[in-house]
Design a protein around this ligand. Structure first.
Ligand SMILES: [Zn+2]
Length: 362
């Protein structure tokens, strides 16, 4: 069977297929003159997929009490839980069977009947692998808000640290980022565009009350959206220049972490949904009447990231997350505002705001 680079979303797999330098027409996704992989002649993807498939067990080999809701067909799991393929589940079935021919001959059930991850149902294994031990994010949130604030019994810090190391990105000295403040028509001077003074900041999704972080946006439109200026407001936007190379933890690309990047695949499979929940929670806009307690769970995660070192031995400088107020935009919360110099502050007038709303379900 012939597939091609375009049949996949996963960057590692695309890279392997491109490196084979074979061009032709794809019989799977019908792309013409693409970099192709022929399962009859190539085997460069076999080890990668055998390794990934190795975390799954077919239903007949799982214990009887394994929860049925955690079972699904391999082709559906590969389509829905992983961001590997660009093709439908029927094509995934045919392709994976050909890529992993020998595994299919040894254990056809793995491909043809429902599968599950054995460790998901074993308390000791789950405790070792899951970042939330044997809880879920909602239980952790409730615990930290209402019961046990500074105790680590709900977080597996070594698993979390290992996963963050695959979410690192470097940002180079000289990068320009933006922060906005609602102002009057004269605007704020450059000196007043930084983070609030220590002890004065109110709590946010990433910073606890009194600890000042510098929240910056990648574009000035995102920065203006983030302060939620109304029509005819004046907004001062400061331009900030990064003064040294830094490493941050990037939550915006969680779904692009490749299971073929050398990561512990089982650990990633068990935690991918937890990581997505953390990402959604960090990006959630603050509401006027939110209780500051709402922000404790993400503040806890941020504080932990702040205490860790990146692969190059530097401490992480911040957290990157999606903007929910400006689609396609992203924000970075930096732990130390001294990493930046504000070089310019421009005043804008907001001439139009596009409100979108919907009735709240009872
Ligand atoms: Zn293709």
């Amino acid at each position: 069977m012939i597939c091609c680079e375009k049949c996949f979303k996963d960057a590692e797999i695309k890279g392997i297929i491109r490196s084979l330098k074979r061009k032709g027409d794809c019989e799977t996704c019908r792309s013409k003159n693409a970099f192709i992989y022929d399962t009859n002649e190539n085997n460069e993807l076999t080890d990668n997929f055998n390794h990934l498939l190795g975390i799954y067990t077919s239903v007949s080999s799982l214990p009887k009490e394994f929860p049925k809701e955690k079972l699904s067909l391999l082709k559906d799991t590969l389509k829905d839980k992983w961001n590997i393929f660009n093709i439908g589940s029927e094509w995934i079935y045919l392709l994976i069977r050909d890529i992993c021919k020998e595994k299919y001959e040894e254990d056809p059930e793995l491909f043809d009947s429902p599968v599950g991850i054995l460790e998901m149902n074993e308390s000791a294994e789950l405790k070792a692998y899951s970042i939330l031990i044997d809880h879920n994010w909602d239980v952790f949130k409730e615990e930290i808000k209402t019961n046990n604030r500074f105790h680590k019994s709900y977080i597996n810090t070594s698993a979390l640290e290992a996963l963050f190391s695959y979410m690192e990105i470097n940002i180079e000295k000289g990068q320009k980022l933006y922060r906005a403040r609602i102002s009057n028509q004269n605007g704020y001077p450059i000196a007043e565009m930084g983070a609030p003074p220590a002890g004065k900041s109110s709590s946010g999704r990433v910073n606890p009350e009194g600890i000042n972080y510098l929240y910056l946006a990648a574009e000035n439109k995102t920065a203006i959206s983030e302060v939620r200026a109304a029509a005819y407001d004046y907004v001062t936007v400061g331009e900030f220049i990064l003064e040294e190379d830094v490493t941050v933890v990037d939550f915006t690309e969680i779904d692009k972490i490749s299971p073929f990047s050398g990561i512990d695949v089982l650990q990633l499979a068990i935690n991918i949904e937890h990581l997505n929940k953390i990402n959604i929670e960090i990006a959630k806009p603050l509401r006027r009447n939110d209780s500051p307690l709402e922000y404790l769970p993400t503040q806890y995660i941020a504080d932990f990231i702040k205490s860790l070192q990146s692969k190059n031995g530097q401490r992480y400088a911040g957290i990157k997350y999606k903007s929910t107020l400006h689609m396609e935009g992203f924000n970075i919360a930096f732990f130390d505002e001294k990493l930046f110099k504000c070089t310019n502050a421009l005043v804008y007038e907001v001439d139009k705001v596009d409100y979108r709303y919907q009735p709240l379900d009872e």
